[in-house]
Each structure stands twice: as structure tokens, then as C-alpha cells.
Design a protein. Structure first.
Length: 360
């Protein structure tokens, strides 16, 4: 069977990293990179560090507004799919690359396979939420990470026979990466185990809302008064800092975007993490570090329910209050660390097993 995979962002590369070698081994597999994340050199680092072969096609889409970026992808992806003639197009997650791959395939009557299907924040102001819903409703085979995702899909009228609960490939990816990312990597950042907090902020709803963005950056400054805050800055976030002339607090240390191994090492040895990233919420649970979720809602509710992660919102007072609770209570950190995380590994193998038996 011919499978064509579409990805375009660094989180997609990471989450696909345990799946891609299996696809290469078992199928006639073509990998297409849209170039949605526009630092091609950084992407090369990710492929090299994660022991992945380079993509077969690179579409060089780059940055742009939602409509402009997605339109470029549709225009450049369609001739590639027509040329390759795959039996199925595989996409992951909720990015514009995910949407473009699914839409082109659907228009060409080629079945779409969606990994990480059924996740919902129930906030349709988020572009990612719209992408998820649209992709799920054109997909023919849907791999859901957990029971809530399966319930969401069934509530929306998707055929139960198309849905498979398999877990999340991001968990397999983090466990795979942990073996490659030793604590010696902390030296280049001047960091020591448990002596810093790791932060990421990149979602459009946080960076594009000036008031909210200022509240989040203010929160980092408050936390940085008590413990170093290491902040790898996404290009979108850096642009907003510059546009609004916002300065980081003295205890907040700006870092460039990091390779996968450096980031995993920092995540694994942090005291806790603060992030608006869906993937990092799960990665933090794999390495057993609490995650303060800098959003008003999350798709990964089960980790909050289990007491591993904390939905702290986007207001300074609530964020700082929870961060200081963790800083002031080693016993609370131990208690969180001892709680079992509802994590299911082996999604990657299960996906290719189901794909191998599937007849589009």
C-alpha cells in the first residue's frame, strides 16, 4: 500500500518520529514536509537528532496568515499527491499542514488517516480546534488517543467502525527521545537539575491577544524572581515581544528554539514546566514533571483529572499562585510525582498494525 504522510511543524516531527520508520519499513511511504515552520535548518536538526531520514518533498510554504498559509499548502500539495498517487494520506494533530493534507486528499477522493483524532478544547475561536474538527469529518480512519476523544467523535456522528483508540504517539516519541538526551546537556544552559522552570508560549490565542500576552510575560517575571525561568522563544512569540516592546524579567532567560534532545533534557530535569502546548502537557507527564497549562481550556483533560497537570488560566495572579505553591512545597511536588499518570504507550506499533490490515 502507498502511504503519503504530510507534516509541517516541529511538534509533528517529534510526534511522528516513532511512526515514520515503521511506515518506511512496511509500506511504500512518501514523506512530505510543507515547511509550515519556516526555519528549515531547525527542522534538519530535528530529523538528524531523532534518527529520521529527510522528507522526500519539501514545499517551502513558510509563514503567513491562516488563509494565505493554508492556500499555499493546498496549491503546492495537490500536484505532489496527484504525482505520487497514494492509497491513503496520513496526517497528525491540528496544524494547518494537517488540514491541508486532509482537504487535498478528500477533494481527490483519497482516504485520509488522522492520528490524534477526536481531541477537543470546545473553543472554536482557536484555529487548531477548527482544524481538528474539519479533518476528523473528512477522515476515513481515525486514531484517537483516549476515551474522551472516542466519545467526542461518536457524539459528532462519526462511524464507530472508523475509530480506533490507540493512545498517543507523542508518548512513544518522548520515551524514545529520553534515551538520547542525557543530563550533560544542561551544562550548555548553565542549569542544574531541579534548579529552574521551563516555559513555552506559542499559541496564537496567547501571543496575538496583547493584554493576555502581557499577563503571561508578567507571570514569568514574577516566577523568575524566585527561580530561573528558561524560555525557548518561538518565532511568533519573539515577534510579539518586539512589536509590543515587552522586556523579560531579570530572572527570565531567553533561549532560541531548541533541538529535540536539548528540549527533552531541560524538560526532564526541570522543577516544573509552564506551557500552552498540547504536546508538552503529555511530554511532561512522561518525564514526571508537573505542567502548569497557560490556557483557559485543554484537550488533555485526563492529565488534569489525574492531578499531574494544572489548568492555571492566563491571568497573572492564578499562574503565580500555583507556581509559588510548587516552589514552597517540596512535599506537594513529591505527591504529584507519586500520582500515577494515565499514559498508554505503544500507539505507533498499533497504528501500523491496523493500517496493515486496512483496505481503503
Amino acid at each position: 500500500m502507498k502511504i503519503l504522510s504530510v507534516l509541517g511543524t516541529r511538534p509533528e516531527i517529534i510526534k511522528c518520529s516513532p511512526v515514520l520508520p515503521l511506515l518506511d519499513r512496511l509500506f511504500d511511504h512518501t514523506l512530505v514536509h510543507t515547511g509550515q515552520h519556516y526555519d528549515e535548518n531547525m527542522d534538519r536538526i530535528f530529523f538528524r537528532e531523532l534518527a529520521l531520514r529527510p522528507p522526500d518533498r519539501f514545499l517551502d510554504v513558510g509563514s503567513g496568515g491562516q488563509g494565505v498559509q493554508t492556500a499555499r499548502m493546498l496549491r503546492r500539495l495537490e500536484p505532489v499527491i496527484l504525482e505520487i498517487g497514494p492509497d491513503a494520506v496520513l496526517v497528525l494533530g491540528d496544524t494547518n499542514s494537517t488540514l491541508a493534507g486532509a482537504l487535498v486528499a478528500a477533494k481527490l477522493n483519497i482516504p485520509t488517516v488522522h492520528i490524534e483524532a477526536g481531541c477537543r478544547s470546545f473553543n472554536r475561536r482557536m484555529p487548531e480546534e477548527l482544524n481538528r474538527i474539519l479533518v476528523d469529518h473528512v477522515a476515513k480512519l481515525l486514531f484517537a488517543p483516549d476515551r474522551p476523544a472516542v466519545r467526542n467523535l461518536r457524539r459528532e456522528g462519526i462511524s464507530p467502525g472508523a475509530i480506533h483508540q490507540v493512545g498517543n504517539t507523542g508518548l512513544d516519541a518522548t520515551r524514545r527521545t529520553m534515551k538520547m538526551a542525557g543530563p550533560n546537556r544542561l551544562r550548555k544552559f548553565g542549569a542544574r537539575k531541579g534548579g529552574y522552570v521551563l516555559v513555552t508560549i506559542h499559541r496564537a490565542e496567547n501571543t496575538d491577544d496583547k493584554d493576555r500576552f502581557i499577563r503571561l510575560i508578567t507571570s514569568l517575571g514574577e516566577v523568575g524572581r524566585r527561580i530561573p525561568v528558561l524560555f525557548p522563544i518561538h518565532p511568533r512569540t519573539r515577534e510579539m515581544l518586539k512589536r509590543h516592546r515587552i522586556r523579560l524579567g531579570a530572572g527570565v532567560h531567553a533561549l532560541p528554539p531548541l533541538g529535540s534532545l536539548d528540549f527533552t533534557a531541560l524538560l526532564r530535569h526541570s522543577l516544573f514546566v509552564m506551557s500552552d502546548s498540547g504536546g508538552i502537557q503529555e511530554e511532561a507527564a512522561v518525564v514526571n514533571r508537573p505542567c502548569l497549562i497557560l490556557r483557559e481550556e485543554t484537550e488533555w483533560v485526563r492529565l488534569v483529572t489525574a492531578g499531574k497537570n494544572f489548568l492555571v488560566g492566563t491571568h497573572t495572579a492564578g499562574i503565580v499562585r500555583m507556581a509559588w505553591r510548587l516552589l514552597d512545597s517540596p512535599s506537594l511536588l513529591r505527591k504529584i510525582g507519586n500520582r500515577p499518570a494515565p499514559l498508554r504507550f505503544g500507539a505507533s506499533q498499533q497504528i501500523v498494525r491496523i493500517l496493515s490490515a486496512w483496505r481503503p
